[in-house]
Design a protein. Structure first.
Lengths: 348, 379
C-alpha cells in the first residue's frame, strides 16, 4: 500500500497495513463471545522518516487503539505493522520488520526505537516515583542506566524540555499539567527513539500551554530527527504540526494526504464536513457549515457498505452495498470513497 | 490543588509540602492526628512491655508456683495497724476455711509484713534471651521464701496472675504480627497476580478465595488442629496455628488488592511502563504494588486485632495453643467457668489488655487511613 508514485518509498519508517483490532463482547456466565467491537477495522497508513503524520477523527473512532496496537500494548486481531528497525538488524543497516511477528525479546529491543507520549498528564506518570526515577525508568528497563552518566543525561533532557534540574527530586503531583506533559516528553526521549507515538499529547492542556508544547515537540523533532504519529481530534492542532494527515472514521482511515492538500482539496465527504467545522479567525467570513445527520456509527454494529453512508449527503446506492477501497487517487493522496473522482468538495 | 481563598495559609502549607515524597506527606498528616499518634505510642508501649521485657516487668517467673492457691489480689498497704504512714508493704497470707460457705479463703496475716521495693531481686531470667538478670521492676524485699505479692491474685496453681498476663501477651501479640505478615505476603502476591493477568488466572484465584471463605470456620479449625500431631512441641503448634490463621485470612486481602490492581493497571503509567518494555513482574511489583500499599497497610493494621482475637478464641475453645504455652487465650480458658467467675473473678484481668490492644490497633488504623490519602485534601 505504501508504494507511492512519487519515489519516496524508501523513506518509509512505519508502514501499517490492514490493521484490525476487534474487542470481543462477552456475555453470560460462560463468557460467550456474542460479538465484536471493531475498534480498529482495516487501518492502513505510513509515516516517513522525519515527518509528522497527524491522525484525526472523532472520539471513539479508534485513533488511540490504533496507536496502541502499533506498539503492541494491545495485540491486534489482524494486519501488519512494518517498522524500519535498527536495533534488530545485524549489519547496522535498518531493515523492515513486522512488529506483530516479533518475539517478546525482539519486541523489547524495538521498544527502544518507538516511544509513546500519553494523553493524560496526571495518570501517565507514576505518582509514587520522583521525576528522576520516571525519566530513568526506560533506561533501567533496557539496562542502560549508569550512575552519573545517565543522571547527567536526565538533567540535560529535563532542561531541554524546559524544566529545571532541581525538579528532579520532586513528585508528579507537584507540577502543573503542562509541566507534567514535559516530563512525559522527556521520558519518551530517554532512549533516543526514532518514532514517537503521540496519543493526544495536548488535548488535556489549556490552549496557551498547547501551543508551547506543540512548539517544543516541533523543536525536538528537528533536533533529534524524530518521526511522529500524532493522534489528535483537534484539526487546528493537527494542521499546525503535521506534514501529512490521516482522517479516521469508525475504525477505518477515510483519507490520507499531505496537510496542505487535505485541507485545500479534501476528497472524502467526511473530511469536508470536519473541515467545515473548523472555526475561522475571520469574523466576517460566512462559512457554509455542513451539519451531519445522525450519530457516529456503532463500531460493534457498523452499517453496510461504506460506514459513512448514513450520514453522507453524497451517498448513492453503491455506497450502501459495497465498502470503498482505500486507494491512491492522486500521488500521495489516499481516499476511501466511491465517488471521490466526481465530487467537488469544499476545503479551507 | 490549592484554592486561592486563603493565600497566606495555603502558601505556607505549600512550602512545607514542597519536594516531599508521598511518605513524607503521609507522615506529615499522620502527626496531626492525635488519636492515631496516641494509638501508635500506646501500641509501641504495649509491644515493648509484653514482647520485649515482660520478664523484667513481671515480679515472678511464669511457672513460679506457691502454696497460695487461688489467692485474691493482695492490696499494697501504706498505713500500719495504728494508722501511721509507712513505706509500702504487704501482709502475709493466712489460710482460713469459711465454715458457712465451706470454702478455703486467704486472709491477711497482719503479723507478717513484707516491704515492697522497686527493682527488687527475684527469679532469674534472661533479658531478650541474652542477658542473665534477676532484677524485677518491683517485688518483696524479704528473705522469707514463702512471701508473695499477688497484685492481680493467683491462679489454681498458686502462680502470680499479673506475671502470667505479662508473659501471655508475648505469644498473643506476636501471633497477630506474624500471622498478618504471612497473610500480607500471600494475599498481596496473589491479589496482584490475579488482578494483573486477569482471565483464567484471576478466575482460579478468585474461586479459590471463595472456596476458603465458604468454609464454616470453626469446624475447619477443629479439623486443622486435629490434624496437628499431638507429639509436636508446643512451639511448633504455635507456628502451625499462625500459618493456619494466615492461610484462612488472605482471601479478603487478595480480593481487595486485585480490585485495586484492576483499576491501576488501566492507568496510563502502567501502559507507559509496558510501552517501554517493562516486564510483567516489574509492572506488577514496581508500578502497581506501591499504588496499593496505602490501602494494604490500613487493612493489615485493622485486621491484626482479628488475628489476635482469633488466637484467643481458638485457644479458649481448646483448639489453639495448649498449656504449658501461655497466651491470653489459654489464660481466658482458665477464667471461662462459672466457678471461676464466681470465686476467682480476678482471673478476668486478662480481658483489659486484650481490649486495649484491639483499641489501639483500631486507633492507629483509623489514623493511617486518613493520613495515607494525602491528596484527598481532607483534614
Amino acid at each position: 500500500m505504501a508504494q507511492t508514485t512519487n519515489g519516496k518509498t524508501d523513506n518509509i519508517l512505519l508502514d501499517v497495513k490492514g490493521l484490525k483490532k476487534y474487542f470481543p463482547i462477552q456475555k453470560g456466565l460462560l463468557r460467550r463471545t456474542v460479538g465484536y467491537v471493531k475498534a480498529v477495522d482495516d487501518v492502513s497508513l505510513y509515516v516517513r522518516e522525519g515527518e509528522t503524520l497527524g491522525l484525526v477523527g472523532e472520539s471513539g473512532c479508534g485513533k488511540t487503539t490504533a496507536s496502541r496496537c502499533i506498539i503492541r500494548l494491545y495485540e491486534p486481531t489482524a494486519g501488519q505493522v512494518l517498522f524500519k528497525s535498527k536495533a534488530l538488524s545485524a549489519n547496522g543497516q535498518p531493515k523492515m520488520v513486522n512488529l506483530l511477528e516479533l518475539t517478546r525479546e525482539e519486541m523489547t529491543k524495538v521498544r527502544e526505537e518507538i516511544a509513546m507520549i500519553f494523553q493524560d498528564p496526571i495518570n501517565s506518570l507514576n505518582p509514587r516515583m520522583t521525576v528522576a526515577d520516571i525519566i530513568a525508568e526506560p533506561m533501567v528497563i533496557h539496562g542502560k542506566y549508569e550512575k552519573g552518566k545517565s543522571e547527567e543525561l536526565i538533567i540535560q533532557l529535563l532542561e531541554r524540555v524546559g524544566l529545571r534540574p532541581d525538579h528532579l527530586r520532586r513528585y508528579p503531583h507537584e507540577f502543573s499539567g503542562g509541566q507534567r506533559q514535559r516530563i512525559g516528553i522527556a521520558r519518551a526521549l530517554a532512549l533516543n527513539p526514532r518514532l514517537v507515538l503521540c496519543d493526544e499529547p495536548v488535548s488535556a492542556l489549556d490552549v496557551s500551554i498547547q501551543a508551547q508544547t506543540l512548539n517544543l515537540l516541533q523543536d525536538l523533532q528537528e533536533e533529534f530527527n524524530l518521526s511522529y504519529l500524532f493522534v489528535a481530534h483537534d484539526l487546528s492542532v493537527v494542521q499546525h504540526i503535521s506534514d501529512r494527515v490521516a482522517v479516521m472514521y469508525v475504525g477505518k482511515v477515510a483519507e490520507m494526504a499531505s496537510a496542505e492538500e487535505l485541507y485545500a482539496n479534501p476528497l472524502h465527504p467526511y473530511t469536508e464536513a470536519l473541515l467545515s467545522a473548523v472555526p475561522k479567525p475571520d469574523p466576517l467570513y460566512k462559512s457554509e457549515r455542513i451539519i451531519m445527520q445522525g450519530d457516529v456509527a456503532d463500531p460493534s454494529n457498523p452499517p453496510s457498505g461504506c460506514y459513512f453512508h448514513p450520514r453522507c449527503r453524497y451517498a448513492v446506492d453503491l455506497c450502501k452495498q459495497k465498502a470503498p477501497e482505500f486507494r491512491e487517487l492522486k500521488p500521495d493522496h489516499w481516499v476511501a470513497c466511491h465517488r471521490a473522482e466526481e465530487l467537488k468538495l469544499q476545503g479551507i | 490543588m490549592a484554592v486561592a481563598t486563603a493565600p497566606s495559609s495555603v502558601s505556607l502549607v505549600k512550602k512545607k509540602e514542597l519536594g516531599q515524597s508521598y511518605w513524607d506527606l503521609v507522615w506529615y498528616r499522620f502527626k496531626k492526628n492525635r488519636l492515631g499518634v496516641l494509638g501508635a505510642v500506646l501500641l509501641f508501649v504495649l509491644y515493648f512491655s509484653f514482647v520485649v521485657i515482660p520478664e523484667f516487668l513481671a515480679p515472678y517467673a511464669l511457672e513460679n508456683r506457691s502454696r497460695y492457691v487461688e489467692a485474691p489480689p493482695t492490696p499494697i498497704q501504706f498505713l500500719d495497724e495504728e494508722g501511721r504512714f509507712q513505706a509500702p508493704f504487704v501482709y502475709g497470707l493466712e489460710r482460713r476455711v469459711d465454715q458457712v460457705k465451706r470454702l478455703r479463703t486467704w486472709v491477711p496475716d497482719t503479723t507478717k509484713k513484707y516491704p515492697v521495693a522497686l527493682f527488687a531481686q527475684g527469679d532469674e531470667y534472661m533479658l531478650l534471651g541474652l542477658i542473665p538478670m534477676n532484677v524485677h521492676l518491683f517485688g518483696l524485699q524479704t528473705s522469707d521464701k514463702d512471701a508473695r505479692i499477688f497484685l492481680l491474685g493467683a491462679d489454681a496453681l498458686g502462680r502470680d496472675y499479673l506475671s502470667r498476663i505479662l508473659y501471655g501477651g508475648r505469644l498473643s501479640l506476636m501471633i497477630g504480627l506474624l500471622g498478618q505478615f504471612l497473610t500480607l505476603a500471600l494475599g498481596v502476591t496473589l491479589g496482584v497476580i490475579s488482578g494483573y493477568y486477569g482471565g483464567p488466572v484471576d478466575m482460579f484465584v478468585q474461586r479459590f478465595t471463595e472456596f476458603l471463605a465458604a468454609f464454616p470456620n470453626i469446624p475447619l479449625f477443629m479439623a486443622l488442629s486435629a490434624a496437628i500431631p499431638a507429639f509436636w512441641s508446643p512451639i511448633t503448634v504455635y507456628f502451625m496455628l499462625t500459618i493456619i490463621l494466615a492461610f484462612l485470612g488472605w482471601g479478603g486481602l487478595a480480593r481487595q488488592v486485585r480490585g485495586l490492581v484492576l483499576s491501576l493497571r488501566e492507568r496510563e503509567y502502567a501502559l507507559a511502563a509496558k510501552s517501554f518494555g517493562a516486564s510483567d513482574r516489574r509492572i506488577m511489583f514496581r508500578h502497581l504494588l506501591p499504588g496499593t500499599m496505602s490501602h494494604v497497610i490500613v487493612i493489615a493494621t485493622l485486621s491484626i486485632p482479628g488475628m489476635i482475637l482469633a488466637e484467643t478464641a481458638l485457644s479458649w475453645l481448646g483448639l489453639g495453643l495448649r498449656p504449658p504455652l501461655t497466651s491470653w487465650g489459654t489464660l481466658l480458658q482458665d477464667a471461662a467457668t462459672v466457678r471461676a467467675i464466681r470465686f476467682t473473678p480476678w482471673l478476668l484481668w486478662v480481658v483489659p489488655p486484650i481490649l486495649l490492644t484491639i483499641l489501639t490497633y483500631n486507633m492507629l488504623g483509623d489514623g493511617l487511613r486518613d493520613a495515607l490519602d494525602p491528596y484527598s485534601g481532607r483534614g
